[in-house]
Every structure is written in structure tokens, then in C-alpha cells.
Design a protein around this ligand. Structure first.
Ligand SMILES: NC(=O)c1ccc[n+]([C@@H]2O[C@H](COP(=O)([O-])OP(=O)(O)OC[C@H]3O[C@@H](n4cnc5c(N)ncnc54)[C@H](OP(=O)(O)O)[C@@H]3O)[C@@H](O)[C@H]2O)c1
Length: 256
């Protein structure tokens, strides 16, 4: 008997990942390539993005590509659409994002705009551009990386939490709007995962605070590969009956 049945394969799929130059986005790009996808990575840091390209090229000889762009630039969405060279996508993972800490009494308009512009405006505007230019195939999958912060209260994370909750609310409406074309839209809400973003937070709050937080995780903090594996599910035909949902992955943090 041949044991090659794999509903999670991404073979034949073209997947765009934003934030592919670091942390979760990098791991998602690598995971997608390992599952057979042709990967298009978007990021700002040219050197790290190039490193991601070289890593996926070692995995397969598909037509992997990178698009070096700051998603906040006014022409970023057009630049990305043009760089796709009219070859539509089968999946998009909106992973680029930032975290900024401040209790609400200390926030400013600058803080609010800084977080919202990349965490919610950029993924929505990119989605709008891709859909309006028919750059997402029938049966495609759109995945927004939200956060556990959208589901629970944590002091000092209010604006970030709000930006991630916004994605979940919009995702449901979008899921209804594109369902006729069998395009699926979902959110993934990870809790703390060891990435440069977490390291930056840890540098502000201190190692003791991180150790205290990890004690609340029965399965420990996540790894970027844990998140990438969930993305593979959402991008693959294994999840073809799943849309409008949010998967919380948190190592048991919120069970009790
Ligand atoms: N790590 C966690 O614990 C955790 C938990 C839940 C959710 N998340 C979410 O997961 C996503 C990735 O986080 P991470 O931990 O992987 O962080 P990370 O390592 O800091 O990576 C962030 C990525 O976003 C990109 N990015 C930021 N601003 C951008 C801009 N203006 N234009 C284009 N790209 C931009 C960065 O690009 P460059 O490096 O090239 O500048 C980088 O690739 C974020 O949305 C975050 O909110 C993370």
C-alpha cells in the first residue's frame, strides 16, 4: 500500500506571507515551502528577507519570490499586486505586525496610529487590493494572525489587543463576502511564542515577568513552528470546510 495520502499538502499552491523576514512569518514561509508551496515573502529588512528566500530555495526549486516593501508606504499594495505578475495566489497569511506596550492612561494618538496602521489597516488594504484585482484564486485561503490578546485582558496591551480583536470582527464579515467564490477567511490567535517580538517585550518587562507568565502555560510558550503548522492546516485543503473561525492556540493558558 502506498502511504502518500496527505490532505495538508500545499503542493501546487502559491502562498503570500507578510512579515516573512522574521519570527512567525519566517517560520510560516519555511513551513509552507516544506509542504510544497511556492512562497512569496513580504518584509522590510532586505537582508533577512533575502535569507528567507535562500532558505526556501534550499527546500524546493519552485518560483519562490520576495517583495521588499514597507506595508505602510502609500504605494505598497500596488507594488505587491504588480510584483505578483498576474499569477494569482491560493493563500495569504497576514503576519506582519508590531506590539507596543502602554497603559491606556499613557497612550497617545501616535501610539494608536502606529499600532493600528500595521496591525489592522495594512492587512485589510492588502486584502482589498488582492481581491479587487482578482489575485486570490477560487478556493483560496486568507489567514489573519490575531493574538490571544484579542480574547483576554492584559494590562498595558490595550491598543495591541484592540487591533487584533478588530481583525477577528472584520474576518467574519469578509468570510461572508467571499464565500461564493469558495475563498475562506480565518484568524489564528496565538499566545506567547518565542520570537524577536517577544524578546523585545521581555526586554521591557524583564526576565522575571516572562518566567512568571510562562508558569501559566501548562504546555510552555509556543514555538514559531507550532504556529506555522496551524497555518499549514488553514492554507491546505484539509480546512476546506472551515471559514469565519478563530483558532486559539495558547498552550493551555486559557483553559481554566
Ligand atoms: N510572538 C508572539 O508571541 C505573538 C503572539 C501572538 C501574535 N503574534 C503576532 O504575530 C505576528 C508576527 O509576530 P512575530 O512575533 O513574528 O514578530 P517579529 O519577529 O517582530 O516579526 C514582525 C514582522 O512584521 C514585519 N513588519 C513590521 N512592520 C512592518 C511594516 N511596516 N511593513 C512590512 N513589514 C512589517 C517585520 O518586517 P521587518 O523585520 O522586515 O521589518 C517582521 O517580518 C504579529 O502580527 C504579532 O502581533 C505574535
Amino acid at each position: 500500500m502506498k502511504l502518500d495520502w496527505n490532505p495538508f499538502t500545499l503542493n501546487g499552491k502559491r502562498i503570500l506571507v507578510t512579515g516573512a523576514s522574521s519570527g512567525l512569518g519566517y517560520a510560516i514561509a519555511i513551513g509552507a515551502a516544506r509542504m510544497g508551496a511556492e512562497v512569496v515573502g513580504v518584509g522590510r529588512d532586505a537582508k533577512r528577507l533575502q535569507g528567507m528566500l535562500e532558505a526556501v530555495q534550499l527546500i524546493s526549486d519552485k518560483k519562490h519570490a520576495i517583495i521588499n516593501s514597507d506595508l505602510l508606504l502609500s504605494d505598497a499594495m500596488t507594488l505587491i499586486a504588480d510584483a505578483l505578475e498576474a499569477a494569482p495566489l491560493d493563500g495569504v497569511v497576514h503576519c506582519a505586525g508590531i506590539s507596543r506596550l502602554a497603559p491606556i492612561r499613557q497612550i497617545s494618538l501616535k501610539h494608536l496610529r502606529e499600532v493600528n496602521s500595521i496591525n489592522l489597516e495594512a492587512p485589510l488594504l492588502l486584502t482589498q487590493t488582492l481581491l479587487s484585482k482578482n489575485l486570490i484564486n477560487k478556493g483560496g485561503s486568507i489567514l489573519f494572525i490575531s493574538s490571544i490578546a484579542a480574547h483576554i485582558g492584559v494590562t498595558g496591551v490595550g491598543i495591541y489587543s484592540g487591533s487584533k480583536a478588530f481583525l477577528i470582527a472584520v474576518m467574519r464579515c469578509l468570510a461572508l463576502e467571499v464565500i461564493k467564490r469558495k475563498i475562506r477567511v480565518n484568524c489564528l490567535s496565538p499566545a506567547l511564542v518565542d520570537t524577536p517580538l517577544l524578546a523585545a517585550t521581555s526586554a521591557l518587562t524583564g526576565p522575571d515577568s516572562m518566567r512568571e507568565q510562562e508558569a501559566n502555560y501548562p504546555l510552555g510558550f509556543g514555538t514559531p513552528e507550532d504556529v506555522a503548522n496551524a497555518c499549514i492546516y488553514f492554507l491546505s485543503d484539509a480546512s476546506k470546510w472551515v471559514t469565519g473561525t478563530t483558532l486559539i492556540m495558547d498552550g493551555g493558558l486559557t483553559i481554566g
